[in-house]
Design a protein around this ligand. Structure first.
Ligand code: PBG
Length: 322
């Protein structure tokens, strides 16, 4: 045999030398759930190890993450039912605790990267990402609401705006709204290929944001489709996105690869709540070794072509690799 691939696997030094994919803490974004109030740290039952935090305790948690070198965070608000309405008006209200929290976090940790979520669902009494009229999620009347939300978030100090709503034309609309308001340096991380997935379950438990009626299949992508992700990607690029996201990640590695091969923007991939929860559940049952399986899952997402990974394991990974 002239070729013996095992020769390069013989020692740790050799294996490290020829390793093709590397993951560092700089590649990770940690999703955090925020509630209004004080001294609240309330575990999400379907996502053990993740909490709904009030700002005071969240600041301590962010500080702990920063010490591990983890400095990018995406924030999601859990909003009281009484503050929700059909038009998600609380999303851009000056009283909004989520916006105030972002300002406080950036003031205390100016060196962190803070990413927002733009979609109506946490604020909508219908629980949909867009405006609901007669049972239909209407596209164009949703755009001004998303625009106001994005501008309010930029004003609050978010570094990147994260539209997760999947309305057509929203990246261009939001880019224009941001520019008009003077936020030309605030970037957009577009949820570009976001699928109508069953793996968002624990997240919707955390935010109490499940649709009150129907599902999200008229705006989120069909899990059967791959080429359609290129249509979304090309639109988002033309409309001014700074990052393209694929979501979920583990079950959509082919889509991550497709966008990596065919576009030039940085690719983000979101290992969503259900994808993380199933690994945690198997580990709790003793069926998987968490410390081995978790980094393998993250590495797979990198290998597929993701530059950055949004994952509920970000802190675990950082702790194990500090
Ligand atoms: C809201 C939003 C969702 C997630 C991120 N932003 C839920 C949804 O679209 O229903 C899911 C994230 C996760 O499951 O971890 N538009």
């Amino acid at each position: 045999m002239n070729q013996r691939p095992r020769r390069n696997r013989r020692t740790p030094a050799l294996r490290n030398m020829v390793r093709e994919t590397r993951l560092t803490v700089d590649n990770l974004i940690y999703p955090l759930f925020l509630v209004d109030g004080k001294k609240i740290k309330n575990e999400v039952k379907s996502l053990p190890g993740n909490y709904r935090w009030s700002l005071d305790l969240l600041l301590t948690e962010i500080e702990a993450c920063m010490k591990l070198g983890l400095r990018s965070f995406i924030l999601f608000p859990a909003v009281k039912e009484s503050l929700k309405d059909k038009k998600a008006t609380y999303s851009y209200s000056s009283k909004n605790f989520y916006l105030k929290a972002a300002t406080a976090i950036k003031k205390r940790f100016p060196e962190c990267c803070l990413i927002s979520d733009v979609a109506m669902d946490p604020y909508s009494s219908d629980g949909h990402d867009g405006l609901v009229k007669k049972g239909i999620i209407v596209n164009d009347p949703t755009l001004p609401i998303l625009g106001k939300m994005a501008v309010a978030q930029a004003r609050a100090g978010f570094d990147l705006i994260g539209p997760s709503d999947m309305m057509d034309g929203r990246i261009g609309y939001i880019r224009q709204a941001l520019d008009k308001a003077g936020f030309t340096d605030t970037g957009i991380m577009s949820y570009c290929a976001k699928y109508a997935s069953a793996f968002y379950g624990p997240f919707r438990d955390a935010l109490d944001s499940a649709p009150k009626a129907g599902d999200k299949k008229t705006y989120q992508m069909d899990p059967a489709n791959k080429r359609e992700a290129l249509i979304e990607a090309n639109l988002d690029i033309a409309e001014g996105a700074d990052f393209l996201m694929v979501k979920p990640a583990i079950h959509y590695l082919d889509v991550i690869h497709l966008l990596h091969e065919n576009t030039d923007l940085p690719i983000a991939a979101y290992q969503v709540s259900g994808e993380c929860a199933m690994l945690v559940a198997a580990a709790q049952k003793g069926w998987l070794d968490f410390d081995q399986a978790m980094p393998e899952a993250l590495l797979s997402i990198r290998r597929a072509g993701a530059d950055v990974i949004l994952t509920y394991f970000a802190k675990d990974w950082a702790m194990n690799h500090a």
